[in-house]
Design a protein around this ligand. Structure first.
Ligand code: ZN
Length: 133
């Protein structure tokens, strides 16, 4: 029961950040650019947050999505992995990561504050062809 409540709480916070991000991109594009998201159920992956490798986490994310029956290019265009802040490694300082015109986006979830709206907006921009601004 607690897991369900925690999941609902996290889902609402993540949805809120992406709603804000969607509004931002709609406003700056005269409603030409819209983001729609589906938040999949939270799962625990067998990769420690001590020193996670971004490629391994991305690969595991793809496996989870594929096993749910979803097909890239048909059911979705890109993937965002929301991950607890790692202890060491590339993402230990938090934030996010997205490649320009890339398929994958990483977002660090902070226990105290959730996702960063500014970082989410920034990384979505990378995934949609934009370089650092
Ligand atoms: Zn950037």
């Amino acid at each position: 029961m607690i897991d369900c409540l925690a999941h609902s709480y996290l889902t609402a916070k993540i949805q809120n950040i992406f709603d804000q991000t969607n509004q931002y991109y709609q406003d700056m594009s005269w409603n030409q650019f819209t983001i729609t998201i589906e938040i999949l159920p939270q799962v625990q992956i067998p990769i420690s947050r001590e020193l996670p490798n971004l490629n391994e986490v991305d690969q595991k994310t793809r496996e989870i999505i594929t096993s749910s029956g979803k097909v890239q290019g048909v059911d979705y265009d890109g993937v965002v992995t929301v991950y607890w802040k790692p202890v060491n490694g590339d993402m230990a300082n938090g934030g996010g990561w997205g490649s320009v015109n890339g398929y994958s986006q990483w977002m660090t979830y902070y226990a105290s504050s959730g996702l960063s709206y500014a970082v989410t907006r920034h990384e979505v921009g990378h995934s949609k062809y934009l370089y650092h601004l």
